[in-house]
Design a protein around this ligand. Sequence first.
Ligand SMILES: Cc1cc2nc3c(=O)[nH]c(=O)nc-3n(C[C@H](O)[C@H](O)[C@H](O)COP(=O)(O)O)c2cc1C
Length: 218
Amino acid sequence: MELSEVLTKRQSVRKYKEGDVPNTAIEEMVEAARLAPSGKNIQNWHFVVIKDQATKDKVATLIDVKNAEIAEKMAAVNEEKAARFRKFVKNFTLFFVNAPALTIVMSTRYTPSGYNEISLYDPADPELPELDSKRNPGMQSLGAALENFTLKAIDLGYGSCWLTSANYAYESIEKLVKEELGFTEDGWFFAALMSIGIPEDNPKSPAKKTRGELITWA
Ligand SMILES: Cc1cc2nc3c(=O)[nH]c(=O)nc-3n(C[C@H](O)[C@H](O)[C@H](O)COP(=O)(O)O)c2cc1C
């Protein structure tokens, strides 16, 4: 497929038709991710691929437990906001159970250039959180890889949805990855989920900003 067609066809797909995503196709998506640029060439991505329903259900349950815990604590303070949160999480954190494939995306910490150097003379320097958190180059690198992954999925006729809304379930998901799913490397953390499948026709995407809003010609 032409690159411009892939770019315009890319949408977040949350509803999937019956049908498998072959492992060879997932390997091609990971290959696309593998080629992405990363700060200091850290290549801070690893994909734990899940295809069996019981394991997808297990991930969903871990997220649902956390959704309920947060909603309950919110409700004690503001019932209206809690109701809105319950509706949001139902639509946006659990749909992957119906996708034929789910990847748990693992990442590693990246120390931005200058971070260790500045820490050496001033560990309390306010520039440190500015470098490490707001501008987070590690997550910029991971984003490049996940976008490549997503675009390759389109190129092969599949659809995907990138999910970070459920990242608050990180503790239990990391435990599952380490104790049951076979990825036991130290220093890696859960960063995102990516569901993959054959798209239902016509997924709806929200409006995008205009090109003019995105550019300042200096
Ligand atoms: C980093 C990131 C996190 C996202 N997290 C979620 C999510 O948790 N749940 C969800 O349903 N969609 C999620 N999305 C999809 C966005 O909602 C979607 O990209 C956006 O609304 C634009 O729609 P489009 O992808 O169809 O163009 C995420 C996308 C990105 C890039």
